[in-house]
Design a protein around this ligand. Structure first.
Ligand SMILES: [Zn+2]
Length: 217
């Protein structure tokens, strides 16, 4: 299996690194004009993530979490300590964040260090370089799940999972609320959007709406 995938458009280079036992997608997003980097969901394999950030110019600015399941947060502490920057999470997932280590020990016998250098998303819009990053609350997979929208790129965490039974069994998952949030999300993004999922390959808008209609059957 290829552990690394690269997507490039006119503004960004997005490196997807597949990390950990649950094959979680960590996204390293580089703005091509400025070389600034943001990171979404550093789940595991901190050394590989740090190596890629350095190779790409080392200008890491922000770390965002789509939600606080252990497979998405395992490398957070090492990275935010290294760059001495905070990371962002929705306040409704703080409980899960604080329990991430408990879950990872019970599921994988792996300890996850906790960083208290977190901040809550306190706005729905974050300015970064010449872009507006939209933080869209999409509760369902966890109470504090968010989708992160940058132009037509949608980082939807584990809200939309194509075939991952193990992951929907993690604590917090609410099927009906998830469906409502997927509906809300597809109504609020452009039809040429590309969805970068927390696990598995990225997907076009039409793939997501097909998936949604299956869920609704
Ligand atoms: Zn999850």
């Amino acid at each position: 299996m290829q552990r690394r995938e690269v997507y490039i458009n006119e503004d960004f280079k997005i490196i997807t690194l597949i990390t950990g036992t649950l094959k979680q997608n960590c996204f390293i997003i580089k703005h091509l004009n400025s070389s600034e980097i943001i990171l979404i969901d550093p789940g595991d394999d901190e050394d590989s993530i740090l190596k890629i950030i350095k190779e790409e110019g080392n200008l890491l600015k922000h770390v965002y979490l789509t939600h606080a399941h252990y497979d998405h947060v395992g490398a957070v502490k090492k990275i935010v300590d290294h760059y001495n920057i905070p990371y962002y999470i929705h306040s409704a997932d703080l409980k899960l964040l604080k329990r991430a280590s408990l879950y990872s020990i019970s599921m994988e016998n792996r300890d996850i260090p906790f960083s208290d250098n977190y901040q809550f998303y306190d706005t729905e819009m974050i300015l970064w370089v010449d872009k507006r990053i939209e933080i869209i609350p999409v509760p369902g997979h966890t109470p504090g799940s968010v989708a992160i929208k940058i132009d037509d790129l949608i980082f939807s965490g584990d809200l939309i999972l194509m075939n991952s039974d193990d992951i929907t069994k993690l604590p917090g998952h609410n099927v009906d609320q998830s469906k409502k949030s997927i509906e809300f999300l597809v109504q609020n993004v452009q039809e040429d959007s590309i969805f970068f999922l927390g696990h598995g390959k990225n997907a076009k808008f039409s793939v997501i709406t097909n998936h949604l209609s299956k869920l609704n059957k």
